[in-house]
Design a protein around this ligand. Structure first.
Ligand code: TYM
Length: 334
């Protein structure tokens, strides 16, 4: 089987963007691949973080992975910081990555502005750590949302550079990964501004629906979300970004196909559509929330999942790390 790798940062609540852009796609395709899915807790400290929350956020995220339907028969679930090869390979890749490649990253530029003068080296280096995550597992595919595309391109550049410098042409050391980005859901937009992506860092809670929101919260957020004064709802109208976003949410959460949704909603007004979307979102999230509560009640189970995940991940990661070190000229005493 070909290998899939992906991860999410344990920074607070997961929202519908994370679910529809990434996790749901992992779950749907998991039986076709050998999957390595992790909690990116080393990435989580590239901006100021609270040590008291790191561990609980990590556990919550693992529980949410399982609640969303990841199946241990197909998927290895682990925590990035448990596998030290991630940090070690990052250093080795740092030394072959040109600084200006990192300075050009859009996410770095956006986040660096917010950090002002105190921006850390880790934030700049974030995409190299992400490359290490992917390359350690020799992943074929990386299912992510649209916002990670540039990081994947950087990863491919690093692979080509590394293999060019340190591998024989017919024996690459690192595998070239490809992004898997679905058309629908790749960029879920904010509920309060259809031109900006739904994001964990938006100060307004009203801008996003979290996977663990109560039915009342979901209803309130949809009731207050931004719309337009036009009657009749259509996909793909550039003048109506909110309309396209809300219809896409309905499409993905209902599981219907696009033509059916387009036909169903073409004569609707917002007063009719909003309750429909609310009901659909609540129904789609309910089973995940119930499963999440059940898993969270069994800490011992979560511990055992992570113990096993660490072992399986380490076996693969350490193998690649050894190959990279050998290619760079390092030796290990016997
Ligand atoms: P993170 O934690 O910001 O987001 C996790 C996943 O959710 C996707 N996503 C979205 N998709 C659609 N619409 C949105 N509004 C939206 N917001 C977020 C992201 O694209 C991502 O797939 N750097 C990564 C974590 C990471 C990683 C990796 C991913 C670390 N190492 C290796 C893949 C492979 C990140 O910060 O994702």
């Amino acid at each position: 089987k070909q290998r899939v790798l992906s991860g999410v940062q344990p920074t607070g609540n997961l929202h519908l963007g994370n679910y529809l852009g990434a996790i749901r796609n992992w779950v749907e395709a998991q039986s076709d691949y050998d999957n390595y899915l992790f909690v990116a807790d080393l990435h989580a400290i590239t901006v100021p973080h609270d040590p008291k929350e790191l561990a609980s956020n990590t556990y919550n995220l693992v529980a949410l992975y399982l609640a969303c339907g990841l199946d241990l028969n197909y998927s290895t679930i682990f925590v990035q910081s448990h596998v030290s090869a991630h940090s070690e390979l990052t250093w080795l890749l740092n030394c072959i990555t040109p600084l200006n490649w990192l300075q050009d990253m859009i996410q770095f530029k956006e986040k660096a502005v917010k950090q002002g003068e105190n921006v850390g080296v880790g934030l700049l280096d974030y995409p190299v750590l992400m490359s290490a995550d992917i390359l350690l597992y020799q992943a074929d595919f990386v299912p992510v949302g649209e916002d990670q595309k540039q990081h994947l391109e950087l990863t491919r550049d690093i692979v080509n550079r590394f293999n060019h410098l340190f591998a024989k042409p017919d024996q690459p050391v690192l595998k070239l990964p490809a992004p898997l980005i679905r058309k629908e859901g790749a960029r879920v937009m904010s509920l309060t501004d259809g031109t900006r992506k739904m994001s964990k860092s938006d100060p307004s809670e009203l801008s996003r629906i979290n996977l663990l929101d109560t039915p009342e919260q979901i209803a309130n957020k949809i009731k207050r979300c931004k719309t337009d004064p036009i009657r009749g709802l259509t996909f793909d109208d550039p003048e109506r970004p909110e309309c396209n976003n809300l219809l896409t949410l309905y499409l993905l959460l209902s599981g219907k196909n696009k033509e059916d949704v387009a036909a169903e909603c073409q004569d609707m007004g917002w007063g009719q559509f909003k309750p429909l979307l609310t009901e659909t979102a609540i129904a789609a999230l309910k089973p995940i929330q119930e499963k999440y509560q059940a898993i969270m009640a069994d800490k011992g189970y979560l511990e055992s999942v992570l113990r096993e995940g660490k072992q399986k991940a380490e076996a693969v990661a350490n193998q690649t790390l050894a190959e990279v070190k050998a290619a760079l000229g390092y030796t290990i005493p016997h």
